[in-house]
Design a protein around this ligand. Structure first.
Ligand code: ADP
Ligand code: ASP
Ligand code: MG
Length: 440
């Protein structure tokens, strides 16, 4: 069996879905399980509708839902999907009306709303393919941390093993349910994660992530164009790139694949003849230092200084306890005896965190920063990488540098305004002359 995941742009229209059907049918002998995202930007629209509804803008919210309904009808009625679309949108409209009355949006209701995209798209794609449909909420079981639920693997794998797979089966990505059957989601971009959970659960031969780019590129195309396709990566490199912002792969995707040692491929649904990127346990043997540059476009730098803590132990523990208590992951850190600089992505609890930190230290917060990460297994074996980085970035003010404990990642914090320049200079330095075996 193989798992084939198609993202939002790959199923955004009737034409796109027919193209997907062609790609899937060509691989029918491998008994594909097709995991699909919501059509186009549906998830964003659903969340907008939910926010409008609780923000006292009931009519605007319902208009959003109505225009989404029209969009689905326009693209899928020809395949006999009109009734199922109406059934789902009737239920969704009810939910939005309910939210408007309650005036409150809980993580659980966010999941209820945002699940509709995949619930509908997966049924439409199943119709177009004439394939079996399985509701992901009956097989992917998660904890109840709504909007970023984690799979309960033992139960999920058990259900996946026993599921009644067809020759071709279609499921929605992103959506799942708790043990009690309450709808949950795996976090934004989570359909990739669904694909790898399913792949691991059925011991698939391959997990294919079909998207709108030729594969993992040597830099983020939304920041700097002209990156090359990376033909192969190790699991560790892919995980690092995904974590530090390469949106083409959800950061959790790699873990289930590693566990069962299943290759993950990134492929372009618009250019299916391109070989894409192959991600396996062992990366290719190459002399190139780095494989790609990832970036996070908006991060916050927190500088913590405490002269009182000079020579005292427990400084770091106190700091991390605070971030931990507020469920705020720290991405990069650099320390000296009495000062610590760290970066965070999620600033929801920053005020509370800063207040607690100020009880024993001086805190200075810098917004509008970006992280740039040079990633490659070879970074750890090569000397002079940092020297090359700083020489290339002579004209850019680097606020912080950290070589990850994994040693396959060299991370830099720069001002957001310098991001494009920093990425293009690094790209020039590390990807002008490269091994054609690994890069195209
Ligand atoms: P999908 O809807 O198929 O899941 P996403 O938008 O989530 O697609 O991911 C694909 C996008 O990831 C690309 O269009 C590209 O803009 C972005 N991206 C960021 N970094 C990279 C990278 N290093 N290589 C390829 N794509 C990247
Ligand atoms: N539709 C979901 C999202 O937009 C999941 C996904 O596309 O991977 O986040
Ligand atoms: Mg995605």
């Amino acid at each position: 069996m193989i798992v084939m995941k198609f993202g939002g742009t790959s199923v955004e229209s009737a034409a796109a879905i027919e193209h997907v059907a062609q790609i899937v049918n060509e691989r029918k002998a491998q008994r594909p399980i097709v995991v699909v995202s919501a059509m186009g930007k549906t998830t964003n629209r659903l969340l907008e509708a939910a926010r409008l509804a609780v923000g006292g803008k009931r009519e605007e919210a319902l208009e959003k839902v109505a225009s989404l309904r029209e969009y689905h009808h326009a693209e899928a009625d020809d395949y006999g999907a009109a009734t199922l679309i109406d059934q789902h949108f009737d239920e969704l409209s009810e939910l939005v009306r309910g939210l408007a009355i309650l005036g409150e949006l809980t993580p659980r209701s966010i999941d209820a709303i945002s699940s509709f995209g995949e619930r509908i798209s997966s049924r439409i794609v199943a119709l177009v393919l004439g394939a079996k449909h399985i509701d992901s909420r009956t097989v992917i079981v998660t904890d109840d941390r709504h909007t970023m639920a984690a799979p309960l693997y033992a139960e999920t794998y058990r259900r996946l093993k026993d599921a009644p797979w067809g020759d071709i089966t279609v499921m929605g990505g992103f959506i799942a349910a708790t043990m009690d059957g309450v709808t949950s989601t795996l976090g934004r971009g989570g359909s990739d994660f669904t694909a790898s959970i399913v792949g691991a659960g059925v011991d698939a031969d391959e997990i294919q992530i079909w998207t709108d780019v030729d594969g993992m590129l040597t830099c983020d195309p939304t920041v700097v164009k002209g990156g090359r396709r990376v033909k192969s990566l190790s699991f560790a490199e892919a995980a690092e790139l995904a974590y530090f912002g390469a949106k083409v792969l959800h950061p959790s995707t790699v873990a289930p694949a590693i566990e069962k040692n299943i290759p993950v491929l990134i492929l372009n649904s618009r250019r299916s003849h391109v070989a894409g990127t192959r991600i396996t346990a062992e990366g290719p043997v190459t002399k190139d230092v780095a494989k790609s540059i990832a970036c996070k476009k908006t991060i916050t730098l927190v500088n913590i200084q405490s002269t009182r803590m000079l020579m005292a132990h427990g400084f770091l523990r106190r700091i991390f306890e605070i971030f931990d208590r507020h469920q705020t992951p720290v991405d990069m850190i650099a320390t000296s005896e009495v000062s610590v600089s760290l970066t965070i992505d999620n600033t929801d609890h920053l005020d509370a965190i800063a207040e607690e930190l100020r009880e024993f230290s001086q805190v200075d917060i810098e917004q509008d920063k970006a992280v740039v990460c040079l990633v490659g297994d070879n970074i750890r074996w090569q000397s002079g990488v940092a020297h090359r980085v700083f020489r290339a970035l002579e004209s850019v003010n680097v606020r912080m540098i950290s070589q990850g404990a994994s040693l396959r990642n060299l991370g830099l914090v720069v001002a957001q305004a310098d991001l494009v320049q920093a990425v293009s200079l690094l790209h020039q330095e590390f990807f002008t002359e490269v091994d054609p075996e690994v890069f195209e």
